[in-house]
Design a protein around this ligand. Structure first.
Ligand SMILES: C[S@@+](CC[C@H](N)C(=O)[O-])C[C@H]1O[C@@H](n2cnc3c(N)ncnc32)[C@H](O)[C@@H]1O
Length: 250
């Protein structure tokens, strides 16, 4: 079934996606064939997300620093970012990809700023038990596909980012951040993370905001407005998706 809380399409699109799910389940391709013919199943909206990540990655090529994602879910963005590093800068072992998530979905506490949202409720975007182990192995697999597999270039950090990020930054004082993907959608952790990363940004760093100007999840926009204001830095939208925006630190 297409999950109501996970899809943002019209009724027609949801029905059509049900067809895709059925065709995927009843596919005449073997698993191996499916993996090398993935374009057969990839929706244009997902392709746009991949192109968007590519657009962002190309912007940070001259910028030093790690990539962080706040709100990992199953980790597709992290794996794609790791593959983009393999494509564009396979020898840049300093470009670590670091994912932060509770790996238990949304926590209970919703602030006033998050309003009533059909997407924001306790446990939404939760993953299976011990999923972090599976994702670690998947990231390890992708690392092994590319050069320098002996150098670990990814990290997964479990817990509420409000607590785990300050500790990570304290434990890693060498940190410079070239790109952050904000995708928690909530006011409080987004604000806390925006504040925590500020001393670690450089000119050219990119902050990707997944839910900016999104009426169903106003908390992210409120957090950006309170921490940076809306005019201090250039905020641009991607040419590939109607909703994704990024802030360029200048
Ligand atoms: C929309 S999902 C992320 C989707 C993912 N970026 C993707 O594109 O596939 C939001 C994620 O934020 C995580 N999250 C929410 N509040 C959090 C917090 N305080 N600390 C860490 N992760 C949090 C949830 O567990 C969930 O996995």
């Amino acid at each position: 079934m297409v999950k109501e809380s996970l899809t943002r399409g019209s009724d027609f699109q949801k029905e059509n996606r049900q067809r895709l799910i059925k065709m995927y389940e009843n596919s005449p391709l073997s698993t191996e064939e499916k993996l090398i013919n993935f374009g057969l199943y990839m929706r244009s909206s997902y392709l746009a997300s991949v192109l968007f990540l590519d657009e962002m990655y190309q912007k940070i090529l001259p910028v030093p620093g790690v990539i962080m994602e706040f709100g990992v879910w199953w980790g597709a963005n992290l794996a794609l970012l790791q593959s983009l590093r393999g494509v564009y800068e396979p020898y840049n072992y300093t470009r670590k990809v670091i994912g932060f998530d509770t790996f238990e979905g949304y926590p209970d506490l919703m602030q006033q700023e998050d309003k009533d949202s059909k997407y924001l409720f306790k446990g939404n975007y939760s993953v299976s038990e011990n999923y972090i182990d599976y994702l670690n192995e998947m990231m390890d697999y992708h690392e092994a596909e590319n050069v320098m597999p002996n150098k670990k270039k990814f990290e997964l950090v479990k817990g509420d980012v409000t607590h785990t990020l300050p500790k990570y930054l304290e434990d890693n004082p060498q940190t410079i951040i070239s790109m952050v993907y904000f995708d928690m959608g909530l006011y409080a952790p987004t604000k806390a993370a925006l504040q925590a990363i500020q001393p670690y940004l450089v000119k050219g760093s990119i902050l990707i905001m997944d839910e900016l100007n999104f009426p169903d999840m106003p908390g992210e926009t409120v957090a950006v407005r309170e921490v940076f204001g809306l005019t201090k830095y250039r905020i641009e939208r991607s040419k590939y998706t109607p909703d994704r925006c990024y802030i360029v630190i200048e």
